[in-house]
Design a protein around this ligand. Sequence first.
Ligand code: ZN
Ligand code: ZN
Length: 342
Amino acid sequence: MKAIVLNGPNDFSLQEIEDPVPTPEDVEIKVRMTGICGTDIHLLRGKNPFANYPLIPGHEYMGEILSAPEKSELNKGDRVTVFPAEGCGKCEACKTGRLPHCPEFKFIGVRLPGGCFAEKVVAHHKRVFPLPKQMADEVGAMVEPTAVAVHANRRADLGKEMKVLVIGGGTIGLLIAQVARVYGASKVIVSEPLDERRALARQMDFELICNPQEEDLVTFAKRSIGMADVVFDVVGTEKTLIEAGEILRPNGHLMLIALPHIENLGIPYRPAFAKELKAIGSRTYFMDDFPEAIQLLNTRQVDVKPLISKILPLDRFTEGVELLEKEPEKYMKILIIPTSSS
Ligand SMILES: [Zn+2]
Ligand SMILES: [Zn+2]
């Protein structure tokens, strides 16, 4: 099969390799559509702290079942998406689907090799989730990032009428903002410096949109919502954390969503102490976030279509990566069809 093989930082290419071999527990899947995400780009460029080369990258995808174990309820031809991480399978966290809490938690396409920038993948049947028949392939490929947003919102323990600030209007930020609205947030601010991304937020009917390069975010938030009950920091810099600390109400929730890409990034101690803030990490998702993400997409309570900028065949993967790097204002989510070529 054809696959993108990554041997080390910046060392990746399209190669012809052996098909993966399913174990008796595995489903064999033909990948129909897969997304390039920020995590992949960090990984390709040697900036992902969890990377373990060599590997086939990729973790956001949907596909069609080629074969499934009889004991599963899955069948050949079913369209599915996959929970792209593994744990030890034995600990309490694994048994209850809270995989990021397993000491052996490993992400496929990051620390484990079999990612989805490939024509075929195999996955344990318990990690495979059927998609509704009417769901478009490109929407199915967005279940994984939507599950990140579901998880973040569930961790935030959002209540009705809550006021929410989302710092960072990329794919994950805009999905978090949409899920927050479904879960009852009455006011949602999206803070994003890129014009085109703010336009997307507007297209999704968000009204409180801040350009933090033109207006001080703290001033904007105080004027438009007062204090926030929840801040989702999808950027993760010293500046955004300080702003979050200022904007949160006493006992507010500071949600740490961004992958740690700065050494020793600390939580602002003074406001955390003075306002008794709760800092809550949100790392990927639990198993039960996937059916919820599928349901939110299927009922169109969350709309991913505006986030999809381009669809490319596998042999234009590098072009897709470079477009995302060089023109982040124009390209948000680029999807790849592994079985087609240009
Ligand atoms: Zn991702
Ligand atoms: Zn475990």
